[in-house]
Design a protein around this ligand. Structure first.
Ligand code: XLS
Ligand code: NI
Ligand code: NI
Length: 435
């Protein structure tokens, strides 16, 4: 039985195609900078958005038409969703997927029942992974929907909740490992606070660090070799979230001696909420050798929340792919569509348009980024801008071979410096030559 029987596998038809159900730019086997697009993009479908998002908003109920779902949220429903999801991945040539424990399987009356449910659905996921060759990019635990987590999971004031959260993460790690997951993500949805009046920030952060250290210990115990990812986000649902941006995450990891075990999973809309560009967040992470994976979406300039829209802005995908190419491609991560349709786009076919658009926007971004790199003028301009540090006094600074005394002597004995133009507009024009 097919859930999307009117939709054929999406083919690459090239930029001239007018077929809305075809890729115009994503051509999985096309080689860019020595790698296939498929290897460079590592696109993933997000189980929670594709299979579970009913498209509700704070003012109204869900609108999504989900003919494959009986709406009962039983274990059987959960098992029945799996083939639908894999059909979706196949028809879109999405090679990877990501999930939360509670998107794929329902909570039971007790924790052990929930664990059993998860095991049963994992059997099914494993079966379909084997049949289709699809891979798990990362798994995670949902520590934010259930009311028990309303005041945090790993930063809750209640030790009983903390233990429950640990148990849930332990199980989610086991299942991720069993399914050959390439990484494991921590997004601290409720790890933050509403007011400092009732919050001992230091204690909460200490607890969070302990939580992560125990996760590292457990990862070693079960032999899970993939990285842990932390996903920064400044707010929503909390007023302030501890993992607010790349820099805050890196500082936390360093402070608590966790850097070697974690990389970052950076989401475009979260960068926007943090008041940064995506390029900034990616660059901060790359500088620390900590860019692990990307949650691909975008925000809306007019709405101040995590709208999780599908990425369509070519300028932005170009900036992202410039970073990914600079890094030499992803090692364990990829581009996960943590994105949902607008509430008005309720038909199953809209899921296809949305992903086709996102994949094409990234494929174009990739081709443009590769062309910019091949052209070389942008890199050359950057290199030249710092050329005074390549020799003479500048080189001494970079080598750590000078002092304030020597720099003073240099400044006193040389003419007033004349700094060169930054040429921003010229470089923006250069980028637009390629877009
Ligand atoms: C929510 C987050 C979430 C994580 C996974 O804003 O992006 O979807 O990616 O828990
Ligand atoms: Ni995300
Ligand atoms: Ni998000």
């Amino acid at each position: 039985m097919s859930a999307f029987k009117d939709i054929q596998t999406i083919q690459y038809e090239g930029p001239k195609s007018k077929n809305p159900l075809a890729f115009k730019h994503y051509n999985p086997d096309e080689v860019v900078e020595g790698k296939t697009m498929r290897e460079l993009m590592r696109f993933a479908g997000a189980y929670w958005h594709v299979m579970r998002n009913e498209l509700a908003d704070p003012f109204g109920q869900g609108t999504a038409d989900m003919p494959w779902d009986d709406g009962k949220n039983t274990l059987q429903t959960a098992v029945d969703r799996v083939p639908v999801f894999f059909e979706f991945l196949e028809k879109l040539s999405l090679d990877y997927y990501c999930f939360h424990d509670r998107d794929v399987s329902p909570e039971g009356a007790t924790l052990s029942e929930s664990n059993k449910n998860l095991d049963r659905v994992a059997d099914e996921l494993e079966k379909f992974q084997n049949q289709t060759g699809k891979k798990l990019l990362w798994g995670t635990a949902c520590l934010f929907i259930d009311p028990r987590y309303s005041q945090g999971g790993a930063t809750t004031p209640d030790a009983n909740v903390y233990a429950y959260a640990a148990a849930q993460v332990k199980k989610a790690m086991e299942v991720t490992h069993r399914l050959g997951g390439l990484g494991y993500t921590f997004w601290g949805g409720r790890e933050g606070y509403s007011t400092l009046m009732n919050t001992d920030m230091k204690r909460e952060l200490d607890h969070l660090a302990r939580f992560f250290h125990m996760a590292v210990d457990y990862k070693k115990e079960i032999g899970f070799e993939g990285p842990f990812y932390i996903e920064p986000k400044p707010r929503e649902p909390s007023t302030h979230q501890y993992d607010s941006d790349s820099a805050a995450c890196l500082n936390f990891l360093r402070e608590y001696d966790l850097t070697e075990h974690f990389k970052l999973n950076i989401e475009t809309n979260h960068a926007t909420l943090a008041g940064h560009t995506m390029q900034h967040e990616l660059t901060v992470a790359m500088n620390a050798d900590a860019l692990g994976s990307i949650d691909a979406n975008r925000g809306d300039e007019l709405i101040g929340w995590d709208t999780d829209q599908f990425p369509t802005d070519i300028y932005q995908t170009t900036e992202i792919m410039l970073c990914v190419l600079k890094m030499g491609g992803f090692q364990t991560g990829g581009l996960n569509f943590d994105a949902k349709r607008r509430r008005e786009s309720h038909d199953p076919i809209d899921l296809f348009y949305a992903h086709i658009g996102g994949m094409d926007a990234f494929a174009r971004g990739l081709k443009i980024a590769a062309a910019i790199r091949e052209d070389g003028r942008l890199a050359e301009a950057l290199q030249n801008r710092y050329s005074t540090f390549d020799s003479g006094i500048g080189a001494k600074v970079e080598e750590g071979n000078t002092s304030f005394k020597e720099l003073e002597e240099y400044a006193l004995n040389n003419p007033e410096p004349k700094v060169a133009s930054g040429r921003q507009e010229m470089l923006e024009n250069l980028i637009n030559e390629f877009i």
